[in-house]
Design a protein around this ligand. Sequence first.
Ligand code: ZN
Ligand code: ZN
Length: 280
Amino acid sequence: MSNLSVTMLGTGSPKPNLERSGPAQVITIVDMPILVDCGEGTVRQLMSAGYSPADIEYLCFTHLHSDHVFGYAHFLLGGWSLGRNKLTVIGPKGTKRFHQKVLEMFEEDIAYRTGDLGIPSDGLTDVNIIELEDEGGSVISGTPANITTIPVIHNVKTFAFRFEVDSKSIVISGDTAPIDSLVEFAKEADILIQDAAINSSSIGTNSQDENLKNIWSKLQLEHCTPAQAAEIASKAGVKKMVMTHFLPSANEEKVSQEASAIFKGEVIVGEDLQRISVAE
Ligand SMILES: [Zn+2]
Ligand SMILES: [Zn+2]
């Protein structure tokens, strides 16, 4: 089996969708899993994919939008209740505050478990939070992978992540509009997990509804279409591109056709629980 793989845990968006869980994926390096984003349903998806949440000791947040963090409280407390006693969380500025708020929200619950039940609080109240500098850079992580980040274009501070081990690499774009620095950053990656949230069937391009039109024009400044995703993959010369972050209305066939017309490498329309390995 390959030393480096990614399992798509959630390929959805902020809109609840039975077929697509909230945004999350797990990168596995040799046998170390690293969770990237933690959308709604992540704990269940991890378990369905054969991972115990207790075994995930590293979590990277691309950004702190609700759809990428909805599952965090469950992951934090659930993983700890299964025996995890250490955790490192890497994310943009604001990650410490977010984590602290979650602890505060469950203050009484945590006091009961650590006090009355006597469960050691290691892995819960001593989480190692690494906040990324705005310009990105490399993350000193203690994992076998070399982890680097760059800022991308979204409406809150958002980072793309590159995981590299033995000259094999997986890049995750994060939520982003097209940006040249991502092309450089993803150069010759084996796998690029790419935001392709905007699709022609998503919300009315030609809608008369002013509100929808407004949302549509905003989305174009914050996400990619499959064609834009393909252009990034093509210019970067990656081997495989896995598109993700789909709205419930996405038409997978169209998404695939639109991307395949531009990118000549392997095009994958991401599906929940799909595992993709880097070739040896
Ligand atoms: Zn976002
Ligand atoms: Zn998102």
